[in-house]
Design a protein around this ligand. Structure first.
Ligand code: AFP
Length: 320
């Protein structure tokens, strides 16, 4: 089995981008180790602080955030970072070629119930000049690379540098990620959907009608039955979609008028959209491709509908 570094070389990935991706892989291997130690390391539970999203920070949120920030600061490749756990962008190396946006521990509300969590990252080119939030406000199609690491029974890493989507598994003994799929392909059709059904009464009619037709199964217009999954960690739900197909959606809802969307564009929707499109799927807000959005803020939230090409297309028909 090829190692991550051997695979990047064989794909002729830019040497400095390859160095950055390998650094992120090594940092994620450390996060994987810390997540597995959990209670033994006294790192479960919450801190006394909240992040810019107003969410209580779990101890592992902060540990993972600082591991990534400090690890990237040691390289001379990264001009700055944006993180779910950082209010503002953090300048690192003024001559760095890259910007990195990341969710250090996606699904962290799953930590205390020993369920799936992961790390999501997005790499953009660093523009000339002083680093500000505006430096990051580039559409997702500008991403040079994107990836996630899922801390599950195995720690798996999905990466795209624009040449398909590759999957690697962590060898916990060597600390290396080894290639297990050199071209992930999402099946075009599916009978599996992922949505938080408790928000049903708050969705737009378009999504209410689409989901209602899925639930009617073979008694309704879809003519086939559907199954449902919800991991409450995007990284787990998207990995399932990449692995066996499906449609994952966190649509807009009116539950909290101040927060019409849930998922963050820069470090959840954009990286996942690149991985999904590169594996033959679609990733939309319901009204436009996620990768075409012109970001307006580093913590901007968006609606997400992604997965099997034909099923996302069917869902978009309900959205006119
Ligand atoms: P946390 O990181 O706060 O657990 O949020 C995870 C997440 O942003 C995303 O990974 C999930 O798909 C989504 O929230 C789950 O939201 P619900 O808790 O409303 O189902």
């Amino acid at each position: 089995m090829q190692s991550f570094s051997q695979d990047l070389t064989s794909r002729k990935v830019d040497a400095e981008l390859s160095q950055l991706l390998q650094a992120l892989a090594q940092i994620s291997a450390q996060i994987s180790h810390d997540v597995r130690r959990g209670a033994l390391a006294g790192i479960l539970g919450a801190t006394e602080s909240e992040n810019v999203q107003g969410e209580t920070q779990k101890k592992l949120d902060v540990i993972a955030n600082d591991l990534i920030k400090d690890g990237l600061a040691k390289l001379d490749l990264v001009k700055g970072i944006a993180s779910e756990e950082e209010d503002d962008v953090v300048a690192l190396n003024p001559n760095g070629r890259f910007l990195v946006s990341f969710d250090p521990l996606d699904g962290s509300s799953n930590i205390d119930i020993n369920s799936l969590v992961g790390t999501i990252f997005s790499i953009l080119p660093a523009p000339e000049g002083e680093l500000t939030q505006d430096s990051f406000l580039q559409p997702g199609r500008q991403q040079l690379a994107a990836g996630y690491v899922l801390y599950g029974p195995s720690s798996l890493m999905a990466i795209s540098t624009g040449k398909g989507t590759q999957l690697y598994t962590l060898d916990p003994i060597s600390g290396d990620f080894l290639l297990i799929d050199d071209a992930m392909q999402i099946p075009a059709t599916t009978q599996e959907f992922a949505i938080n059904m408790s928000n049903q009464r708050f969705w737009e009619p378009a999504m209410q009608n689409y989901i209602a037709d899925l639930l009617k199964g073979d008694t309704g217009v879809r003519g086939k039955n559907f199954n449902m999954r919800w991991i409450a960690a995007m990284v787990g739900d998207v990995h399932r979609v990449l692995s066996r197909g499906g449609i994952f959606t966190y649509p807009t809802d009116t539950k909290n008028p101040a927060k019409p969307y849930k998922l963050r564009l820069m470090y959840e929707a954009n990286p996942m959209a690149l991985l999904v499109e590169q594996a033959g799927g679609l990733a939309s807000t319901g009204y436009q491709d996620i990768l075409d959005i012109q970001p307006e803020g580093i913590h901007q939230r968006v609606a997400v509908v992604l997965g099997s090409r034909d099923e996302v297309t069917e869902c978009l028909k309900y959205h006119g």
